[in-house]
Design a protein around this ligand. Structure first.
Ligand code: NAI
Length: 339
């Protein structure tokens, strides 16, 4: 029976992975700490490691895993910017992910953030609880008739665009690999990035973090956005230069920002730091703006998504034990013996 070391786990991970079909085919070790070169020695005896978005699998970490006899890195998420795939390939370590577990979960959370931000639900909720029934400062705008720019029209971006269309918005899209047939059926119009920025009242990011997309939203691109526009980021924190974002908020250039991800979220998000002094000055500053709404990487967090992640990951871990091939869509780096 194969042993799998799980990292950065919470009680809910354990719950869903213990419930997954075929879970009893694996010996599981659940660690609460994250995997990095400092903690990699704890994978001794495991054939596979199962990691999440903030585990850091750089070349040094992968080298140690390889030396310990680990054959597979199974990401229980879609994004894979935290794994050095080139190093994994060179070492002959396979890397797999869950390419789509519930794109609806992420798209719907994006909309939840937008609606809350625009209609000031977060502020209204607190006011009403204190019996303050004043409406001053709570004015929002109709989404109907506005223009939304969707950056990245993969699985999540497409669903988000379709929901935005349901509000009666015009949807512009930018993607280096457009899907023209889908766009035609949904009434979505592809354009270049600069036009999307200047024409949209709301810009929503649904693209992966890559060396090319890092700081896609920087001082220059933020300055191209419509004055008063909203920015939504439920993809990856480093798509946005936080220093430039704070500046755009201070000058009033941006009307509102909703984030489910933050460029320095590692070590903060997913944990309770409520009794501590927050050391991150940029996050502290962001939290002072009344027109900024932040959730701590929870867009994926639905029952359906957690079930699907556990189901697909467990099935792949069992495939490793049985010598069966992984489904092509899961594979980032295949086992060396496979062509
Ligand atoms: P996907 O791979 O289906 O689609 C990504 C799309 O972005 C592709 O169509 C690709 O061509 C496009 N793209 C790549 N580079 C681009 C660029 N420079 N400009 C514009 N478009 C570009 O990915 P999916 O499933 O839609 O996920 C999107 C992102 O959402 C993931 O990469 C991940 O970072 C994030 N995510 C966040 C979650 C959360 O809980 N907050 C959960 C799951 C994913």
């Amino acid at each position: 029976m194969n042993t799998v070391a799980f990292y950065d786990t919470k009680p809910y991970d354990r719950e869903y992975f213990e419930r997954a079909p075929a879970a009893d085919r694996l010996r599981r070790q659940f660690h609460e700490f994250r995997l990095s070169s400092e903690t990699a020695a704890t994978a001794a005896g495991a054939q596979a490691v199962c990691v999440f978005v903030n585990d850091r699998l750089d070349a040094a970490c992968l080298q140690q895993l390889h030396q310990l006899g680990v054959r597979l890195v199974a990401l229980r998420c879609a994004g894979f910017n935290n794994v050095d795939l080139t190093a994994a390939k060179a070492l002959g370590l396979a890397v797999i992910r869950v390419p789509a577990y519930s794109p609806y979960a992420v798209a719907e959370h994006t909309i939840a953030l937008l609606l809350a931000l625009n209609r000031k639900i977060h502020r209204a909720y607190n006011r009403v609880r204190e019996h303050n029934f004043s409406l001053s400062g709570l004015v929002g705008f109709d989404l109907h008739g506005k223009t939304v720019g969707v950056v990245g029209t993969g699985k999540i971006g497409k669903i988000a665009a379709q929901i935005f269309r349901g509000f009666g918005t015009d949807v512009l899209a930018y993607d280096p690999f457009p899907a023209p047939e889908w766009a035609a059926t949904q009434g979505v119009r592809y354009t270049d990035f600069a036009t999307l920025l200047s024409a949209s009242h709301i810009v929503s990011l649904h693209l992966p973090l890559t060396p090319q997309s890092r700081y896609l939203l920087n001082a220059e691109s933020l300055a191209r956005m419509k004055p008063g526009a909203y920015l939504l980021n439920t993809s990856r924190g480093k798509l946005v230069d936080t220093t430039a974002l704070i500046e755009a908020l201070k000058t009033g250039r941006l009307g509102g920002v909703a984030l489910d991800v933050y460029e320095e979220e590692e070590g903060l998000f997913f944990e309770d730091h409520s009794g501590e002094i927050l050391q991150d000055d940029e996050l502290s500053r962001l939290l002072t703006f009344p027109n900024v709404l932040i959730t701590a990487h929870q867009a994926f967090f639905t029952h359906e998504a957690l079930s699907e992640i556990a189901l697909m990951t467990t099935a792949n871990l069992v495939r490793l034990a049985d010598g069966q091939p992984f489904p092509a869509e899961s594979v980032l780096v295949d086992l060396p013996s496979r062509p």
